[in-house]
Design a binder for this molecule. Sequence first.
Ligand code: ADP
Ligand code: MG
Length: 393
Amino acid sequence: MKIKTIKDKNYKGRKVFLRVDYNVPIEKGIILDDTRIVATIPTINYLLSQGASLIIASHLGRPKGKPSPEFSLKVVAERLSQILNKEVKFAPDCVGDEVRKMASELKEGEILMLENLRFHPEEEEGDENFAKELASLCDAYVNDAFGTCHREHASVYTITKFAKDVAGGFLIEKEVNALSKLLTNPEKPFLLILGGAKVVDKIGMIKNLLDKVDTIITGGVMAYTFIKAKNWEVGDSKVEEEAIPLAKEIIKEVNKRHLEFHTPLDHVIVQKVSEDAIPIVTERGTVPHGWIGVDIGPQAIEEYTDCINRAKTIFWNGPMGIYEIEKFAKGTIEIAKAIGNSNAYSVIGGGDSVAAVNKAGVADKISHICTGGGASLEFLEKGTLPGIEVLKE
Ligand code: ADP
Ligand code: MG
């Protein structure tokens, strides 16, 4: 897939509307993690170096379509200003007369950040008039908000009908290239690592990858859902009941294709999920009555590490256990380290999976870390996204 990128355009003296994903975690007015802001700096610096002025827009949290101070982007504008060591003007809204005036007065090289797009319900509704108003602020449009590209929102999707010189920023280009590489001629063997929860949400992605992968290994709620689908004992482990028929279908498809499919050979189990629980390891791949599976066991780690070492392409989504609790994090951390040590082309998607890779300290050894969990899974399911389609050549 080829999208229009900022390298193909001329930005000299132009006002660029730059849609970013600055949906960062904020607690009591303090930004806990600015990764998403830092990730857009190459695109910002490039556009400025080309002689553009920037109107930066984002959403933050779920303000339910009305202004609310706790979801204001003001602190984000301040952080951006610190990172760039440059003034970032801040508009009190994203549409209206005052914003229009501020945008029109913007000079070459200056940056104006708009207030939260989701203070208006029209943003999530993909409203045409709202999109038109946003487009009227600028004379070129750049989207670098990969994490929002699966939504047909006004500033991501509808706006491209009205804005001039629509293009994708460096972040989007990187995401699309990395994910496309998994879908188009991935080097074999291709290993799919499935864990975490939210099984139903991931079924579409799994189905689409069945024709591309050679091996699947599972952990977390994902594994217990498959184990139960095979009518094996899972004790009181967390299972996504409504996903069981879907898991049965996947198992059938896996067998039809003669793929290598693993559930854990052993499990770390407890009687109650808590920091002070005393975990034991099962002898086999099932969980006895009255017990809860919270991590994959040592035999599973060994077998999965072997699968990782054999792979040439790896996609990982979902932790192998309740990795938030130190005692139950070993499986997830060991898998992350094994991926870090492998020479395979490796892609990680999913908020918790990315957090786990950071926790394991191997983020810099991963070929590509997706910035948008939901968007990356939907891209792997459908091969494109609404917000990407509108950027295509
Ligand atoms: P991602 O964000 O990477 O897509 P998910 O959100 O689907 O991953 O899953 C992550 C969550 O799954 C974590 O909060 C983790 O505690 C939970 N989880 C993993 N294994 C288990 C388990 N065995 N029992 C209960 N919860 C689990
Ligand atoms: Mg998650």
